[in-house]
Design a protein around this ligand. Structure first.
Ligand code: GLY
Length: 350
């Protein structure tokens, strides 16, 4: 059965109704130190019996030590397979909480309530759960869908602008994968200044792109790789930024990666140049540019070759023939990737 995703800004009553439907013997809420203060008070009244487990915030803590603490709390407080874990937070909480639930007593049920735009548009939906291990992101994990995902925009007003921009990059990606009309509509809307209900409508359209793809290929054997659009170069930019000790937000890296991979799409698949220029101008206006020189190419190429999605150490991409027309698993040669980086620099005025 496809995962149930509910789009609503009435989060507290919807969550209560879902718990009523699932009839758990115990309810646990996993949240982080940021979310527990600003979001949990809005929901606490509806879940008086819940045991709250609070973990440190941030991707650095998406690790085995934190996971072990969550398993310990579940065990200490009598969780069973009939219990439900509510993951309340950003992608770190829904990834780690989903994995904790998937593995505790061989699997207990969980509900995701993402509180960040990036979490809502990507991490909370589609069943990828896991933790980082030995400095590798999402190295250990499993595919396990939440019983329900409750998506709202009501917590976004507490997010810094950079967090909204970060999530918006994944919406741009979904727009490119969807259709010309949906993409046009997204570019014409001003997501950041839209009210919570308008944001929810745009978010629903965006999340549904991912849902349609995941339904056809839940375990990423082929089509789901379309969702990696922008991520092969994006992850390389992220790794380079980390190496420079100046980390960048994931969504920003994806936005810049989308530009570079759309250049590749133009070279390899004749993606229309007018759409490429429009995307580059939009990304530059919202995110500025990630600065690179040709001296960075060897490191960037190395990161791309070692990307989890690359097979046989080659450069592997999801590319677009046009908006809504994606090709997955396309191998490019090194010279073409370098040319795309040159053009990325021109388009980003570097
Ligand atoms: N974040 C891409 C996916 O869920 O497949």
């Amino acid at each position: 059965m496809p995962q149930q995703v509910i789009f609503t800004n009435a989060v507290a009553t919807t969550l209560a109704a879902e718990l009523d439907r699932l009839q758990p013997n115990r309810v646990f809420v996993l949240t982080d130190e940021n979310t527990v203060g600003c979001v949990w008070p809005e929901l606490a009244g509806q879940l008086p019996q819940a045991t709250v487990i609070t973990i440190p915030a941030g991707d650095d803590n998406k690790n085995l030590a934190t996971l072990s603490r969550v398993w310990q709390s579940l065990q200490d407080n009598g969780a069973t397979r009939k219990s439900v874990l509510v993951n309340l937070g950003g992608g770190m909480v829904t990834d780690l909480g989903g994995f904790a639930a998937a593995t505790f007593k061989r699997g207990m049920r969980f509900i995701n309530v993402p509180t960040s735009l990036l979490g809502a548009v990507d991490a909370a939906v589609g069943g990828k759960t896991g933790i980082n291990f030995n400095d590798l992101k999402n190295e250990i994990g499993t595919f396990k869908e939440a019983e329900t995902v409750i998506i709202s925009t009501r917590f976004f007003s507490t997010l810094p602008e950079s967090e909204l921009k970060s999530g918006f990059a994944e919406m741009l990606k979904h727009g490119l994968l969807d259709s010309k009309d949906a993409y046009r509509h997204l570019l014409a809307s001003d997501f950041q200044t839209a009210d919570a209900e308008q944001q929810l409508t745009l978010l629903e359209q965006s999340v549904n792109v991912k849902r349609r793809i995941v339904e056809l290929d839940p375990c990423e054997k082929g089509l789901r790789r379309a969702l990696n659009l922008g991520h092969t170069v994006g992850h390389a930019f992220e790794s380079l930024a980390l190496h420079r000790n100046r980390p960048i937000a994931h969504g920003y890296a994806v936005a810049w990666g989308l530009v570079a991979e759309t250049v590749l799409s133009h070279i390899e698949m004749q993606f229309p140049s007018t759409l490429l220029y429009e995307l580059a101008a939009t990304v530059y206006r919202i995110y500025g540019a990630f600065p690179i020189t040709c001296d960075d190419y060897p490191a960037l190429l190395r990161y791309m070759r070692h990307d989890k999605k690359s097979e046989h150490g080659e450069y592997n991409f999801s590319l677009l023939r046009d908006i809504g027309d994606v090709v997955t698993g396309h191998a490019c040669d090194e010279e073409t990737v370098k040319t795309a980086l040159d053009i990325y620099r021109d388009l980003m005025h570097i």
